[in-house]
Write a protein of this length. Structure first.
Length: 126
């Protein structure tokens, strides 16, 4: 397991994701990592980001974890105004509108959670 962790750390350093300092993680910092997790492509990058998110989350106090989850909900949930507008203008026979509605409804947090789940699954394989 240590060998795999060393390998991951070297990947993190190579792609430029890592700590500039060893400051205490904050909910805001982890939310930033979450945004990066859903916007980047490439298994090693996603794996590295998921690892950082989970490690930083574990270091938060209980109060900071509450703040993190509230921020996560705010940042990644459905835009209700956009959803209301899409529903009010919806033509059920218009495929483009249906695809747009799906895109609006599909929460970004789903992509974030899939990244974390993949990371945890990979760890269990080792």
């Amino acid at each position: 397991m240590k060998q795999h962790q060393n390998f991951l750390n070297s990947i993190i350093q190579r792609i430029g994701i890592g700590r500039v300092s060893q400051k205490q993680p904050s909910p805001e910092g982890i939310i930033d990592l979450c945004h990066q997790l859903i916007s980047r492509r490439g298994e090693s990058t996603l794996f590295s980001l998921a690892k950082l998110v989970l490690e930083d989350f574990e270091k938060l106090s209980d109060e900071q974890k509450k703040v993190f989850f509230l921020k996560l909900l705010k940042e990644f949930s459905v835009d209700r105004d956009q959803l209301k507008s899409a529903i009010s203008d919806l033509d059920i026979d218009d495929d483009r509108q249906l695809r747009d509605l799906h895109r609006i409804i599909e929460q970004r947090v789903k992509n974030f959670l899939e990244g974390l789940t993949r990371y945890q699954t990979e760890l269990q394989l080792y």
